[in-house]
Design a protein around this ligand. Structure first.
Ligand SMILES: Nc1ncnc2c1ncn2[C@@H]1O[C@H](COP(=O)(O)OP(=O)(O)OP(=O)(O)O)[C@@H](O)[C@H]1O
Length: 346
């Protein structure tokens, strides 16, 4: 388990360097055995947060606690032990080009002073686990991006860590390869019981594998909880905007460009509805028309999965007159549907 307690991290503030607050009072928990995603835009503070976990950075104030150990309290020898228990994978894989796949995976074990036989017995099954048992003598230049990341994952697992940190591990990969690496991370999490803390700017990654999510914006956690809850009922503007691309709420440009915050005479309300389970889809559209009136248009929609649970999203429009809005409001209250008024259009 990883706990962040009132973590503040400032850079600069010495000489002529201006002070900059990269993390501003972060409180969150990454539960043991879970995959927790931390998502935010570029510069939000994700890398800083993850670097505090393996002691590459120190907090300005507050604590980062890994399995009961305050990372900030550890002397250099303690940090070395901690880093053996914390594996890390990177966006650009960070493999040594002069070493074969086998020798890249064995490196942390050589550094730990293990003998060659023990190393061989440890590395071969790891290469099998990541599906590259037949590539052990290949150099990184001879491997695809996805294969390089598999080697990166095997290397991260070599010291049998309890925690795996993933820093944008799929950001340099195409969508198909991303999916296969995410599947591998899921398998490792399940089969080895490894706690995973991953940072990403891609909602799709969190949606696919993380059971918990924290949204970070300008150094603050603005929203966190189970991925399903946060994604189906986002409360913060940053979450909503990061989400719009992945949950079927993205409107065609010609509609979104003309959206107004308040209804003009004769305008239509554009509303996003969220519902759970595929079966809700059909009766919902019929009931919408029955309850709100016949002039309901469906503008966008999708049925998808979040952290393995089915979920649907529908963007509808209807006249923004007081009568229709009241009927719609009553209907949403009765059904408990999550709704979000996106704006008003012609
Ligand atoms: N060593 C440093 N000195 C000064 N400022 C820093 C340092 N490291 C990070 N920062 C600043 O802290 C902020 C957060 O950086 P961080 O790398 O954690 O963001 P991020 O969310 O990981 O972004 P990205 O997705 O672009 O990597 C940025 O504004 C960055 O410029």
């Amino acid at each position: 388990m990883v706990t962040f307690e009132n973590v503040i991290k400032r850079f600069g503030g010495t000489g002529n360097q201006p002070e900059f607050t990269a993390l501003d009072g972060v409180n969150m928990v990454a539960p043991r055995g879970a995959i927790t995603g931390i998502i935010g835009r570029s510069g939000a503070g994700k890398s800083t947060l993850i670097r505090l976990v393996n002691g590459l950075e120190k907090t300005t104030s507050g604590r980062v606690v890994v399995d009961g150990v305050d990372v900030g309290d550890l002397p250099e020898t303690g940090l070395r032990d901690l880093r053996r228990q914390v594996g890390m994978i990177f966006q650009h894989f960070n493999l040594l080009s002069s070493r074969t796949a086998f020798d890249n995976v064995s490196l942390p074990l050589e550094i730990a002073g293990m003998d060659r036989k023990t190393i061989r017995n440890r590395v071969a099954p790891l290469l099998d686990l990541v599906g590259l048992g037949d590539k052990s003598n290949r150099y990184p230049a001879e491997l695809s991006g996805g294969q390089k990341q598999r080697i990166g994952i095997a290397r991260a697992l070599a010291t049998e860590p309890k925690l795996l940190l993933s820093d944008e591990a799929t950001s340099a990969l195409d969508p198909e390869t991303t999916q296969s690496i995410l599947e591998l991370l899921k398998t490792i999490n399940r089969d080895l019981g490894l706690t995973v803390l991953l940072i990403t700017h891609e909602m799709e990654v969190v949606k696919t594998i993380a059971s918990q999510v924290a949204v970070i914006d300008k150094g603050k956690i603005v929203e966190n909880g189970s991925t399903f809850d946060v994604f189906t009922a986002p409360k913060h503007e940053t979450t909503r905007s990061l989400l719009s691309a992945v949950i079927g709420a993205k409107l065609p440009e010609w509609i979104s460009a003309d959206l107004k915050q308040a209804p003009a005479e004769g305008a239509r309300a554009l509303v996003r509805l969220v519902f759970f389970g595929e079966t809700a889809f059909q009766p919902l559209t019929a009931r919408l028309v029955a309850e709100i009136g016949p002039d309901v248009n469906i503008l966008a929609g999708a049925i998808d999965e979040i952290a393995g649970e089915p979920y649907g999203s529908l963007v509808v429009s209807y006249p923004a007159d007081p009568d229709t809005l009241r009927r719609a409001g009553d209907f949403y209250r009765q059904t408990g549907l999550y709704t979000e008024v996106l704006g008003y259009g012609a």
